[in-house]
Design a protein around this ligand. Structure first.
Ligand code: ADP
Length: 152
């Protein structure tokens, strides 16, 4: 069984994340959308809230599971038997950052492969950071978040 982990903060989940999962589904048997908890990082939404949104968005997708983990992504993958990671690339700075992380995961995770999907043009400007700024600015974030969920 080909299991892939799609790790992220999902703070909050955006239509860009959903598009990535949809495009990765034909490549794997199962995709685990996993919220990584970094104890040194401050999040905008609580873990419970972020997980609830993920559960709602992927409720009808049999081959998508939602989970969360602490510490190293590679160790989490080993624990659940996943040999692949999925990540998205929106621009050159994503690439620079992701390249190093994927090389590290390959070593620490005994050959874990990261599969990168290039963001579609209509989603490449969308990030959780932008959504948070829209919310903080008092504007409506709904064009950027999945239709199944309501923020605010
Ligand atoms: P992290 O804090 O680990 O970067 P994010 O939740 O911000 O977590 O992102 C998780 C993954 O989703 C990353 O690989 C990121 O590149 C990808 N991603 C985020 N937004 C988009 C988008 N609009 N299109 C494609 N991939 C995206």
């Amino acid at each position: 069984m080909k299991i892939a982990v799609f790790p992220g903060s999902f703070d909050p989940i955006t239509v860009g994340h959903v598009d990535l999962v949809r495009r990765a589904l034909p490549l794997f048997d199962q995709i685990i959308v996993a919220v990584g908890i970094n104890s040194t990082k401050k999040y905008f939404f609580t873990l419970e809230q972020r997980l609830e949104w993920l559960h709602t968005v992927f409720a009808n997708e049999e081959r998508v599971m939602v989970d969360h983990f602490q510490n190293l992504t590679a160790h989490y993958c080993r624990r659940i038997g996943a040999r692949y990671l999925v990540r998205g690339l929106r621009n050159a700075s994503d690439f620079d950052y992701e390249k190093t992380i994927s090389q590290l995961n390959h070593i620490v995770g005994d050959g874990i492969e990261t599969v990168f999907l290039i963001a579609q043009p209509e989603y490449s400007h969308i990030s959780s950071t932008i959504v948070r700024e829209i919310i903080l600015g008092g504007a409506d974030p709904s064009p950027f978040i999945p239709h199944q969920i309501k923020i605010i």
